[in-house]
Design a protein around this ligand. Structure first.
Ligand code: BTN
Length: 279
């Protein structure tokens, strides 16, 4: 295993430049899942910007109920609580853009700390040359007193050597260490990530997605690709991903001919497992 600097409260705080995110910060050796931990804190009324980070997870969770490989001493596993603080945009726009804006923040933080340019596979997989480097799981709850609360769970493969990935991920995933050929300080990466997340969250709450959408389109490698979008057990769409709507949906032009030779209408996909098809 590559040597990773330990995650500590003091080291994270030493470069943290945020106003709100991470001002309350819980650093664990191991938890089942930082998202489950943060959801419990959110339910109990934890303040906006509370962060839970762990060196390892015994039951890390990915999107679509998949497990998230979470060994100790190598990667970043964190969850951030965002609350309904002085928003000028509606719940729907906020909730649908948080996952996409979070992916932008991760990509920006990785660029600053590791000089690596990641792309985003819609909605929020972080890729380097088609290999997955990170993923985001957003969960939300609504209470009469707090309104909408979102937990943004972020997992980044930081210092894990390729041979330490489980067999089933070895061909499809990679880590920043493998790309940069040097180990990355997780404390600095987390501090930068919280800073970037604070910027995009502020942008979203004050101006909506108008500036974030072009920035996301720039990073999004799904646009222009032939994709298969699996919507459920019985339903899938194959087509070309053309754009992202103002509410964060992936706009796909299906591959079938419409009546009278017209191009088929764009379909807005709000939630799906998207597979990039070979050209
Ligand atoms: C995905 O499937 O791509 C999303 C992966 C999200 C993993 C992170 S690790 C920190 C947080 N805690 C969890 O249990 N999951 C998220």
């Amino acid at each position: 295993m590559t040597s990773s600097t330990p995650l500590t409260l003091d080291d994270i705080r030493s470069t943290l430049a945020t106003v709100q995110l991470g001002r309350r910060l819980y650093v664990h050796h191991e938890v089942p899942s930082t998202n489950s931990e943060a959801m419990a804190l959110a339910q109990a009324g934890a303040e906006h910007g509370t962060v839970v980070v762990a060196d390892s997870q015994s039951a890390g969770r990915g999107r679509l109920s998949r497990p998230w490989h979470s060994p100790a001493g190598a990667n970043l596993y964190c969850s951030i609580i965002l609350k309904d603080e002085g928003r000028t945009i509606g719940d729907v726009e906020w909730l649908s853009w948080i996952p996409l804006a979070s992916a932008l923040a991760v990509a920006e933080a990785v660029q600053v700390i590791a000089s690596i340019s990641l792309s985003v596979k819609w909605p929020n997989d972080l890729l380097y040359q088609d290999r997955k480097v990170g993923g985001i799981l957003c969960e939300s709850l609504r209470t009469p007193i707090q309104g909408s609360v979102v937990v943004i769970g972020i997992g980044i493969n930081v210092n894990l050597p390729q041979e330490s990935f489980p067999e089933e991920l070895r061909q499809t995933a990679t880590s920043l260490f493998e790309i940069a050929k040097s180990s990355i300080d997780r404390n600095r990466l987390l501090a930068q990530l919280l800073y970037e997340l604070e910027q995009v969250a502020r942008e979203l709450t004050t101006h909506g997605s108008s500036h974030l959408r072009p920035a996301y389109l720039n990073r999004c490698c799904t646009i222009g690709k032939r994709v298969r979008a699996i919507l459920g057990a019985e339903q899938e769409i194959t087509g070309t991903a053309e754009s992202i709507s103002s509410d964060g949906a992936l706009q796909v032009r299906p591959h079938f001919t419409a009546p009278a030779g017209l191009p088929p209408e764009l379909i807005n996909i709000h939630a799906a497992d998207v597979i990039h098809l070979r050209e």
